[in-house]
Ligand binder design. Structure first.
Ligand code: ZN
Length: 163
């Protein structure tokens, strides 16, 4: 076991034991979506407050499941809080690319994702090793799919100019 893998394991366990942004926001006004991964029994509830200028002013996560699903959700909340919706979706795309998954639903919005090369995944890099275990990929991506689901209900509001 390399020291990098040790570090990654520490990061994952830290987010699992001490989840960031835990809880739920009052909905409405918060957007809310629930995700379920029947393969593993993971559940994630994402609630998000978005300000008028399309900035994610607050996000809360609740749910239960394995360390991969719960730590990924915690890391996601840290990564996207305070970001614009378009930036959050770009991070989601980068993360899924790291997980080697092609999301058909997101392919159209290419202009939104111009910034993806410079997208910093930070702690999320710790989940990189999950790709070696294909059955766990759905655990890692559950919270991200739930996030995009929360936005899809009003996807027409994402007509933000390129930055
Ligand atoms: Zn799981």
């Amino acid at each position: 076991m390399s020291s990098l893998e040790d570090l990654y394991r520490e990061i994952i366990l830290d987010h699992y034991r001490t989840p960031r942004n835990s809880g739920e926001l009052e909905s409405p006004p918060a957007k809310r979506a629930e995700g379920f991964n029947p393969l593993c029994g993971d559940e994630i509830v994402v609630s998000i407050d978005v300000r008028g200028d399309n900035v994610i002013s607050d996000i809360k996560i609740s749910g239960q499941g394995c360390s991969i699903s719960q730590s990924s959700a915690s890391m996601m909340s840290v990564a996207i809080k305070g970001k614009k919706v378009s930036e959050a979706l770009a991070i989601a795309k980068s993360f899924k690319q790291m997980m080697n998954i092609h999301e058909i639903g997101l392919e159209d919005e290419t202009e939104v994702f111009h910034a993806e090369a410079e997208t910093q995944l930070g702690d999320l890099e710790a989940l990189r090793g999950v790709v070696k275990f294909p059955v766990r990929i759905k655990c890692a991506t559950l919270s991200w799919n739930t996030l995009t689901q929360a936005f899809q209900e009003d996807a027409q509001n994402l007509t933000e100019p390129n930055r």
